[in-house]
Design a protein around this ligand. Sequence first.
Ligand SMILES: CC(C)(COP(=O)(O)OP(=O)(O)OC[C@H]1O[C@@H](n2cnc3c(N)ncnc32)[C@H](O)[C@@H]1OP(=O)(O)O)[C@@H](O)C(=O)NCCC(=O)NCCS
Length: 144
Amino acid sequence: MIIKQITVHTELYKQALILRNEILRIPLGQNIFNEDLSDEARQVHFAAIENTQLVGCVVLIPHYSAGIGKLRQMATSEKIRGKGYGLQLVSALENYAIKNNMDSIVLHARHYAVGFYQKLGYSVCSAVFEEVGMEHYKMSKTIG
Ligand SMILES: CC(C)(COP(=O)(O)OP(=O)(O)OC[C@H]1O[C@@H](n2cnc3c(N)ncnc32)[C@H](O)[C@@H]1OP(=O)(O)O)[C@@H](O)C(=O)NCCC(=O)NCCS
């Protein structure tokens, strides 16, 4: 498995959208291909690739606010979960953020993913709130 930074207008980005749709949208009755994705060209995309297939992805909004990056769209394929690929994707995102002058990462965690981010050093920093019809918590981590 390798972690690679990818750009929009590539075959791997198309694969990432398909994975994100399967894992993060279809279960909610939504379709990512109906969304306005135009901002994504300015965001930073990381992919986990195994045997030429994309098996995980995560997206960084760089400098979401001063010195802070926002992590979004974290997903790994069910068949490879528990092998550390999610952790390696977040590490790649954090390393990029450090090199590009960000000192913390924020994210909105689905309630069932809070434990995953806690393992990676993130802390809950909000009360529960609703987003895409599901309970979420704001989480953050100081990096570097
Ligand atoms: C959450 C998700 C990205 C984790 O991916 P993964 O590839 O299984 O993660 P890793 O194998 O790197 O796990 C790292 C550690 O976190 C733990 N972990 C993984 N998912 C967890 C969860 N939901 N709750 C608590 N701990 C979790 C693993 O057991 C592992 O711990 P260990 O090192 O002690 O064994 C994946 O389950 C997923 O895509 N879920 C559906 C989409 C989702 O919830 N995305 C986040 C939206 S905010």
